[in-house]
Structure formats: C-alpha cells, structure tokens
Design a protein around this ligand. Structure first.
Ligand SMILES: C[S@@+](CC[C@H](N)C(=O)[O-])C[C@H]1O[C@@H](n2cnc3c(N)ncnc32)[C@H](O)[C@@H]1O
Length: 332
C-alpha cells in the first residue's frame, strides 16, 4: 500500500515535470549521436553508468565519484545532469519511491527493470569478498572495458589497492577529462588503452606497470557481448596465467538471445536495433547447454578456470527463460 502510494506520487511528479524530462531526454540522445558516436566514444557505457547514478541519487547505493563526474562527460554535461538526473532524483526523494530502476540490491528474481541493480550488486559482492578476505586477497584491481565505472574511486576508501582501467582511447580520454575537471583524485589508477579485438590487454597492461605475479581481481562487466569469441577466450587464458586466487567477474548474454533463437527472436531483433543507435554491435552470447550455467562452466574450464558463483536475471519459470548471466570465475 505504502509502496503503491509512493509510486503514484513519483509518477505524478514525473508528469508534472515531463516537459523538462522530455527536453532532457532529447538533449541527451542528441549528445550521444552528435558527440559520442561521432568521436567513437562508447555510447553504451552511459547505460550502466546512468543506472548507478540513479541508485546513488535515490540514496540506494553510494557512488560519489559517479555523481561528481556527471556534468563533465560528453553525454552528461551540466544541463543533461540537471534535466534528467537531478529531476528524477528529486521525484524519487520527495516520493520516497526507490523501486525497480532505483533499487539496490533490488528484488530477486530480478526483472528487465531491475537487472542493472542485480548486476551491480553481484559484482559489488564479488569484488568486496575478493579484496577484503584475509587469505590471499586480490591486491591489484583491473577494470576491462571500464567505461564510466567508478569502483576504483569509491574502493580507495575501503582498501589500498593499485587499479588499472582498460578501454579504447576515445572513451578512456573522455573519462580522464571528466575526472580531472570534476576534481576526483585518480593517482592510484593507471589508464591503459587497448582494443580487445586487436591486441592482448595483458601486453598493454604490462607496459603500464601491471605486476602479473600479484593476485588480481579482473572486473569485466558489460563487455563480452561486444566482442568476438576469440577475444573472450584470450582474456580467460590470460586470467589463468595470473597467480592462484585471481578472479574475473564477468557477465554474458545467452547465445539464444544474441542469435535470435526461439523464443527470443523478437527481443533479439529489438536489442540489435537499439544498439545500432550507438553504432555498436552485440556479437557474443554464451551457449547455455542443458543447465543455464553449463556453457560458462565449459568456457571457463577450457581455460583451466572454475566457475565459482553464478546468478541470472529472471526466473526459469518466466515466459522468456533467463538470458543474462553473472559469473565469478576463479583461478583455483
Ligand atoms: C557497456 S560498456 C560497460 C562499461 C563498464 N564496464 C560498466 O559496466 O559501466 C562497454 C565498454 O567496453 C568497451 N569496449 C567495447 N569493445 C571494446 C574493445 N574491443 N576493446 C576495448 N574496450 C571495448 C567500451 O568502450 C565501453 O566502455
């Protein structure tokens, strides 16, 4: 009852402020096309970033660095930050509504609306456990396809750790610019330029001071779907060359979703069409085989790694069976 009231007030506030929200949405999408796409800056990097920003502004999950750099990014300049983030945050705070999109850690089974909360919570738990355990904790943290992920900046309050953020140069440079102009300290972070489809990130990392003899957590969130299978296998092989206790946290779409097999034909078509807006392409999905986790177990096993944690969005009873998987893969 209280939840329904809060939701109603939230919707009413959004309707009242809809001219500003609609203008903000148009302005934001134009910036994606005119600035991000034109300069090869990842547009899709804004989707998970915006979700974490929403969770922060609703008071569900703290992410001060994400909030600070908003207003300094190619997509979220000061105007789009105000028109979208601040206004939605105001509506959420005034109504007390923190459902679905704003929730953290969010409901289980998760849904299409709460999948980003589930994903964020899965990786937060996995990272925290690996970095803070007493026995052989990870002492290096690598974010592959970092986009606008801000864990390196919020982490530094919990543990003293050397961080590496790896991405393609245009996206990386837009982030460095935002960190500088927002005044977010980033001396503990080494930025490494690479293209996973062209070269190994390990070579680029080694040239930047990465120590392959230290136990490492590799966060590879929201990236595998944009790569070819060879690049994914190469990355897993590299993780298996790191010391025992090293981990990769990674998410996969299902092969059925990516290749449009029934019953995913319609949603697959819609997904590929929407990603084209960003001039990016979804390329890889993991085969699920008999059980949902079997394909990932096999992929990890082929590189001598072990699937230690596995969760998925949705429930096996849903009309569309789960198609989005979160995995912690360890070098045991
Ligand atoms: C959807 S974003 C996810 C960003 C971030 N991990 C997060 O969860 O917020 C995908 C990121 O992967 C990067 N990426 C995609 N293909 C890549 C490639 N071939 N080489 C390096 N980075 C790549 C993009 O630039 C983008 O920043």
């Amino acid at each position: 009852m209280v939840y329904a009231m809060r939701f109603l007030i939230f919707i009413l506030l959004c309707i009242l402020m809809s001219p500003l929200l609609i203008f903000g949405l148009i302005y934001y999408t134009l910036r994606i096309r005119r600035i991000c796409v034109r300069h090869n800056i990842s547009g899709t990097a804004n989707e998970p970033y915006a979700s974490r920003l929403m969770m922060h502004i609703a008071g569900a999950r703290q992410d001060y660095a994400a909030y600070k750099i908003a207003g300094h990014l190619p997509s979220f300049d000061k105007l789009s930050k105000f028109l979208l983030i601040e206004i939605l945050g105001f509506a959420s705070k005034l109504s007390g509504y923190k459902g679905s999109f704003f929730a953290y850690p969010g409901q289980r089974p998760s849904t299409l609306m709460s999948m980003m909360s589930h994903r964020t919570d899965f990786f937060d738990r996995s990272i925290k456990e690996s970095l803070t355990r007493t026995d052989n904790p990870a002492v290096q943290f690598v974010v592959l396809g970092a986009g606008y992920d801000t864990r390196c900046y919020d982490l530094s309050e919990v543990v003293d750790i050397q961080c590496f953020e790896v991405d393609m140069p245009p996206t990386l440079n837009s982030k460095i610019g935002a960190l500088k102009s927002a005044g977010v300290p980033h001396d503990h972070v080494t930025f490494v330029e690479t293209d996973f489809n062209q070269e190994t990130w390990m070579e680029a990392l080694l040239a930047s001071g990465f120590d392959p003899n230290l136990t490492t957590y590799v966060l590879w969130e929201g990236v595998t779907m944009y790569l070819v299978e060879g690049a994914i296998r190469d990355t897993l092989n590299l993780v298996s060359s790191l010391p025992k206790g090293s981990t990769v946290g990674v998410d996969f779409f299902s092969a059925d979703l990516v290749y449009g097999n029934p019953p995913y034909a319609r949603i697959s078509k819609a997904m590929h069409k929407s990603i084209k807006y960003y001039s990016e392409e979804i390329q890889f999905g993991v085969a699920t085989a008999k059980t949902l986790s079997e394909g990932i177990e096999k992929l990890a096993g082929d590189s001598g790694l072990t699937l230690s944690r596995f969760e998925h969005v949705g429930s096996e009873e849903d009309k569309l069976p789960p198609w989005y998987f979160f995995a912690q893969i360890d070098n045991i």
